[in-house]
Design a protein around this ligand. Structure first.
Ligand SMILES: Nc1ncnc2c1ncn2[C@@H]1O[C@H](COP(=O)(O)OP(=O)(O)OP(=O)(O)O)[C@@H](O)[C@H]1O
Length: 247
């Protein structure tokens, strides 16, 4: 089985600050990986590097075995837009376009990339809004939605291009506590449907429940990785335990 995504020796520096220090990992199809770790450990930068929102300073990224980046350089023969379109990203602050309706937000990327005709794209956006429980909000503008609704729109939007992998950067951190459940339920449902996902989160009980594997990032490295039982249960994992107890 080839990996959905494989990362080798990935490095990222901002000036003299080494934010990612030779990260190496692979995620298999259908796997859910939760990434936890202290603030500033490089979790967001790692996700942003995967989708080409950051220029890395070294290492390689392969998507479905196809090189996106090799030895820090964008692989010449790869169509970066095609490869990164196989990944959907959901941000902490939703990043919806305020001037577009909910449906407009969903349909912009597939229309721009000409993924289907307008009728097909409209049918898909309708289907995905139903999936996240927002069928009645298609014509509403983001400013009229709650944070939980905005994040569910963002998830539906990320699904519009049929991504092979979804990346979540602290999807519930900007939400009032009573709104996190509705977003976590959607993510849990995607996990049950075998969507491959990497989820950066501070929701420890959610990570424990939904993840097949947990990465504990510390200071630009994956300090520990293992099943939720190993990460959350083992007294051996000293650094992780200190972090979990502090949180
Ligand atoms: N554009 C940038 N320029 C300079 N430094 C940056 C930039 N983006 C991130 N950093 C630094 O990189 C380090 C890692 O940041 P990153 O946001 O990836 O951490 P994180 O683990 O996601 O933290 P948090 O949990 O607070 O979101 C931090 O020290 C941060 O200040």
């Amino acid at each position: 089985m080839s990996s959905m995504i494989e990362v080798r020796q990935l490095q990222k520096s901002f000036g003299s600050l080494d934010v990612l220090k030779k990260l190496t990992f692979a995620v298999n199809p259908g796997e859910v990986v939760a990434v936890i770790g202290p603030s500033g450990s490089g979790k967001s930068t790692m996700l942003r590097s995967l989708v080409h929102l950051e220029e890395v300073t070294g290492g390689s990224i392969y998507i479905h075995g196809k090189p996106l980046i090799e030895n820090g350089k964008y692989a010449g023969n790869a169509d970066i837009r095609e490869i990164t379109a196989t990944m959907g990203m959901v941000f902490q602050h939703f990043n919806l376009f305020p001037h577009l309706s909910v449906r407009g937000n969903l349909e912009l990327a597939p229309r721009t990339l000409k993924r289907g005709n307008p009728q097909e794209i409209a049918a898909k956006s309708k289907e995905l809004l139903s999936k996240v429980g927002l069928a009645d909000k298609a014509d509403v503008y983001p400013s009229k939605l709650s944070g939980g609704q905005k994040q569910r729109v963002a998830i539906a939007r990320a699904l519009m291009l049929n991504p092979d992998i979804l990346l979540f950067d602290e999807p519930t951190s900007a939400l009032d506590p009573e709104l996190t459940g509705e977003v976590l339920r959607v993510i849990r449902q995607l996990a049950e449907e075998n969507m491959t996902m990497i989820i950066v989160t501070h929701e420890m009980s959610f990570a424990r429940d939904v993840a097949d594997r947990v990465f504990f990032m510390d200071n630009g490295e994956i300090a520990e990785s293992g099943t939720p039982e190993q990460i959350f249960g083992s007294p051996r994992l000293e650094r992780t335990r200190t972090f979990l107890n502090r949180d």
